[in-house]
Design a protein. Structure first.
Length: 167
């Protein structure tokens, strides 16, 4: 690894620019698609909460919070809004009344599927022209990027979602 003082070469600068451009445009595209579509009352964060709940089975609040990497308190606020908007049902577990379960409503499932279509098209566009070796290289590269980003995330964010006090 090169010392921080060295500047990026042209290739590295181009890769960095492309990553930033892709990241920014995915976020903006998701936001604009939601704001102009049938689900304009949903934020991107709320859509990702629906994804964390999943299409088919009811989950507990704690399971869903763990999947999303947020606290149950933060999830509770999001679920309150999604229940009011009729995207999520919340109910007590029949076997253990202390456990709160959540699941997508019909409207929530429709929003999930519409949003998922964008991600499916993105992955198809990226992988369709690649042969098996190229697909494996892409997957390995994405795993490496994900590992680096996850390390940075853990470095700056605790499991409770608060910034650490250490430098």
């Amino acid at each position: 690894m090169r010392p921080l003082g060295n500047l990026m070469n042209d290739y590295e600068r181009r890769v960095n620019e492309l990553l930033l451009d892709i990241f920014d445009k995915i976020l903006v595209t998701e936001e604009k698609a939601l704001s102009k579509g049938n689900f304009s009352d949903l934020s991107v964060a709320e859509m990702h909460t629906l994804e964390g709940i999943g299409l088919y089975e009811a989950r507990t609040m704690s399971e869903t919070a763990a999947i999303l990497g947020i606290t149950t308190g933060t999830l509770t606020v999001a679920i309150d809004r999604l229940v009011r908007k009729n995207y999520v049902d919340r109910y007590r577990d029949q076997n253990d009344r202390r456990v709160v379960r959540i699941r997508l409503t019909r409207k929530g499932k429709l929003a999930y599927r519409m949003h998922s279509k964008f991600h499916t098209l993105l992955v198809d566009r990226l992988t369709e022209p690649l042969n098996e070796k190229q697909r494996q290289i892409l997957l390995d590269t994405l795993l490496s990027i994900s590992g680096f980003v996850s390390e940075q995330y853990r470095r700056y964010v605790t499991h409770a979602g608060q910034e650490e006090q250490k430098p």
